[in-house]
Design a protein around this ligand. Sequence first.
Ligand SMILES: Cc1cc2nc3c(=O)[nH]c(=O)nc-3n(C[C@H](O)[C@H](O)[C@H](O)COP(=O)(O)OP(=O)(O)OC[C@H]3O[C@@H](n4cnc5c(N)ncnc54)[C@H](O)[C@@H]3O)c2cc1C
Length: 397
Amino acid sequence: MARTIGIIGNGVAAITATREIAHIDPSVKIEVFTDERHAYYPRPRLIDYIAGRVNEKDIIQYDQDWYEKQGAQLHLSEAAAKVDSQTRSIVTHSSTHSGFGAVLVGVGSYPFIPPIQGTDKRGVFVLRTLDDATIIRDSIRGAGQVVIVGGGILGVELAAAVREAGQEPVVVTNIDTLLPAQLDHNASGLLTKRLREMGIRVLMNYACKEITGGDRATGVVPTTGNSIAGDMIVVATGVKPNVELAKATGIGVGRGIIVDERMQTSVPRVFAAGDCIEWKGTYYGIIPVALESAKVAARNMLKPDSARYEGTIPSNTLQVAGIDLTSIGVFNPQTPEYESFVRTDAQRGTYLKVVTKDGTAVGGIAFGDRKFAVKLRGLVMNHKDLSRLKDAVFDAD
Ligand SMILES: Cc1cc2nc3c(=O)[nH]c(=O)nc-3n(C[C@H](O)[C@H](O)[C@H](O)COP(=O)(O)OP(=O)(O)OC[C@H]3O[C@@H](n4cnc5c(N)ncnc54)[C@H](O)[C@@H]3O)c2cc1C
């Protein structure tokens, strides 16, 4: 049983593992290393911060006191370069920390920037950290049009925040659907309509190839069509798992850090959890996975083979004021073993979809109906048999 545990990273995976370890065995000593200068903050709150709804100090959820109460020491601004695979020492840029019985790598992911020319210009941003959010928030004031490249959940939430902050966002996406990882074409159409009503321009099939301007960005140019002027360009085109430290350590990586169902990496007693992992060839990049994988890792670090990860049903709720939108599990099946039931109400602006496989609820979409979103989540999480209900599922309590 590990008496001292080292954790690299300080996102939701790291703090979940810290909490779990302290809960199971408060006598275990934990050391947490982060390259950031802030203690823990939840990333979804960065959207509220950019919108001007909260201040920086409201975002930090755990201060140093919290870590001390968990028996943890937090090392801020101390990036780890690698783990010594023989001794499990954590090598940071300033020193080497030894004596860990187990190490958890929870280094998350970073923004993926596609090959667009000119992304190095001033006025081009990405959003991942609190420091990124502060620069965006400060730059929005006085900016004219803000171009957001990417029509995923982050791009759309950011556009709504920019609008709330009083500026003019335009979202450009290279495909014909918003939130392709959460929505089907119909739900995307409804969302686009609602965003346009809120004063957010949305341009589909707009493949950005270049950012114009000299030293400073002045707009974007697509592969075909007209360029758009913009004082600020935010690139929100997805994330990539952070595998640098794992590579330097000699840990096996694919797209992410490869882990087994115990969250064990290829190096003994070195575990990984959260956005940085690849499990059974799958990469998720969402909070529910970070929570579940971190708990499994924490238990196995304390007691070998005491917990197994069995996968996560992905679920997302769009954080845009005035739009209730939840997507869960299989939402847009293309093969015949699935059956989809849909109910739309143009007057209420709702779009509800339940997907079943062999009669069992496996996913769906709830647009404009928060109550149904709760119900849908229950149906899918509890693997409810809907073979008798079929589309009466929308009426049944
Ligand atoms: C604005 C925004 C909104 C989001 N909203 C949602 C949402 O609504 N729902 C959802 O499911 N997901 C959302 N996500 C994604 C979600 O935040 C991630 O899935 C989650 O943060 C993953 O947690 P993690 O601990 O694995 O990684 P991260 O949160 O990325 O944390 C990794 C940590 O490791 C640190 N680190 C990296 N390298 C090193 C190193 N070498 N040494 C030391 N420290 C290092 C980083 O600084 C960071 O502290 C959002 C993301 C953003 C940016």
